[in-house]
Design a binder for this molecule. Structure first.
Ligand SMILES: NC(=O)C1=CN([C@@H]2O[C@H](COP(=O)(O)OP(=O)(O)OC[C@H]3O[C@@H](n4cnc5c(N)ncnc54)[C@H](O)[C@@H]3O)[C@@H](O)[C@H]2O)[C@H](O)CC1
Ligand SMILES: [K+]
Length: 496
């Protein structure tokens, strides 16, 4: 699991170490230089004679870059620091000079700055770190635009300049890095939607901050090993009812396919049983495709309501009222989201699954500001309803209904998933995880992760169009790749 923290959390965690004279900046710079070396070798062939440009701002972020530049200069690279402001980290600048590097004071993207950036093999962005605000002066924006246009590899120090370390809000010209080397702790903003196009790979440098960070990170991201650990795998004593029964209440005369897609997502994610409740015509269509679905309502552990329903369909409001019960477990999607009214209180095992447009409409219906950045919007919707909110997008966010400021952020998805019906499949996968007993926020993050991976697999690694049903059909292969080892162990233990 990746855990990420606000800029304030990180500043607070650094303080005791700085007070104890722990040389954090020297460690950060050495680690940064070590990560730059392979990129330089890849780009320029060898380090001696390669061209490195450091973009250096007024604060400690510039200090990191300058000390790292000194390391690279000692390895034979030609290092020039392009200074964006008069103020500079003095000790860092002195170290770079001693190592043979040069300084250039930029005035916007002046001729020399443009030439240096155009000829560079590697650009190190040390303009602003956690002290940076995303509003850029015209001069700075011009320098960053020239860096982004350069053919060089771009490495951001701590946070790409122009990206807010806590919220992820990004200026248009914010640095677009291939690699972000982040210091001490992953910054929350690096995992949030606005930053996604800017951060590239994120590599954490351990500075010993862990004991000083808060126990609750601002943002979490599940990784492959978390999916392996959390995904419900049946044991020898399990049977269909103990694994979990999901009822699908989706699909209507106009959108019958939503029922098929939602039921397929649930079935392929490994539900003990999938039931369908809804019009006979939709049921028959589901059964023609998925004979394993049970066409009669009955006991279940979770219910998925709303995909392929118009907001006026009485099933929507009925579904919301059903899930307002204290012990309710389920998913409200699409049409059912429009049936939520101010004052409805849902438990956190109920997950709302809006895309951006649905989230904005729901916010309006609940008298909340609708133009908030995604992380705030997800949190406010969770706070207002009590439900867990899964806000779909390139980066999917999950806000915990019981602790709305606690977020999960999952970024496995491919843009090929932007096609009709993939959200219905997600609702089904999520229903299965809820029916298996996972808590709302964890089920939502896990569903988003596996759905995204299934999208990548269905689009052959992001190289081909997919249809929504493909996503459901690829869930087992994704799980095989992740769980393979773990399940073999269980099976051989059972058989021995
Ligand atoms: N604390 C440590 O010892 C360590 C820090 N590391 C690195 O330090 C930076 C944080 O450094 P800080 O000096 O606090 O902030 P910045 O370098 O980001 O500079 C802030 C500086 O810039 C001005 N400013 C802010 N926004 C703008 C803007 N949009 N345009 C122009 N100027 C702006 C602001 O007023 C300040 O003067 C951290 O990120 C790490 O890189 C080490 O890594 C670990 C030890
Ligand atoms: K930076």
């Amino acid at each position: 699991m990746i855990t990420a923290y606000t800029a304030e959390d990180v500043r607070r965690a650094e303080r005791p170490l700085l007070d104890a004279d722990v040389p954090l900046m020297q460690r950060a710079a050495a680690a940064l230089a070590a990560r730059c070396l392979p990129l330089l070798r890849e780009r320029a062939g060898t380090v001696p004679g390669s061209r490195v440009v450091l973009l250096v701002g007024p604060g400690s972020n510039g200090g990191d870059a300058l000390f790292a530049g000194a390391h690279l200069a000692r390895r034979g690279a030609a290092v020039t620091a392009v200074q964006t402001e008069a103020a500079l980290h003095d000790a860092g600048a002195a170290a770079l000079s001693r190592a043979g590097g040069c300084l250039h004071r930029a005035r916007g993207a002046d001729e020399q700055t443009a030439r240096l950036l155009g000829d560079a093999d590697l650009v190190v962005d040390g303009v602003l770190g956690i002290g940076g605000r995303p509003e850029l002066s015209d001069e700075l924006a011009a320098i960053l635009a020239a860096a982004n246009a350069s053919p060089a590899s771009v490495v951001a120090v701590d946070v790409p300049t122009g990206v807010d370390a806590t919220t992820g809000e990004a200026a248009d010209d914010a640095v677009r890095a291939e690699l972000t080397v982040t210091m001490g702790a992953v910054k929350a903003g690096l995992l949030l939607p606005g930053a996604a196009a800017h951060v590239g790979r994120v590599d954490l440098v351990d500075l010993g901050l862990a004991p000083h960070l808060p126990s609750e990170p601002a943002v979490r991201r599940l990784e492959t090993e978390d999916v392996r650990e959390l995904w419900p795998v049946p044991g020898p004593a399990d049977q269909k009812y103990s694994r979990g029964v999901v009822t699908i209440d989706a699909g209507s005369a106009d959108f019958p396919g939503a029922g098929v897609l939602s039921a397929s997502g649930a079935a392929r994610a490994g539900a003990g049983m999938v039931r369908y409740r809804g019009p006979a015509a939709v049921r028959d269509m589901i059964l023609a495709r998925r004979p394993e679905v049970v066409g009669a309502d009955g006991r279940h552990q979770a219910v998925v309501i709303g995909s392929g329903l118009s907001p006026e369909d009485p099933r929507c409001r009925r579904g919301v009222e059903e899930l307002c019960a204290e012990d309710a477990v389920g998913v409200l999607d699409a049409g059912a989201l429009s049936a939520i009214r101010p004052g409805d209180r849902l438990p956190s095992h109920v997950v709302l699954t809006p895309h951006a447009g649905e989230a904005a409409r729901l916010a309006e219906a609940l008298d909340l500001p609708s133009s908030l950045p995604p992380a705030r919007l997800a949190g406010e919707l969770a706070r207002a309803t009590g439900a867990t909110v899964l806000l779909k997008g390139e980066v999917t966010l999950v806000a915990d209904g019981d602790a709305p400021d606690r977020l999960y952020s999952q970024a496995e998805a491919t843009p090929w998933l932007g096609t009709a019906g993939t959200g219905d499949v997600l609702g089904g996968i999520l229903g299965t995880l809820l029916a298996a007993g996972l808590p709302g926020p964890l089920a939502a993050a896990l569903a988003a992760s596996v759905h995204g991976r299934a999208g990548v697999a269905a689009s052959r690694g992001g190289t081909a169009p997919l249809v929504a049903l493909d996503v459901a059909e690829h869930v087992p292969a994704v799980l095989t790749a992740i769980l393979g080892g773990a399940i073999t162990t269980v099976a051989s233990r059972g058989g021995a």
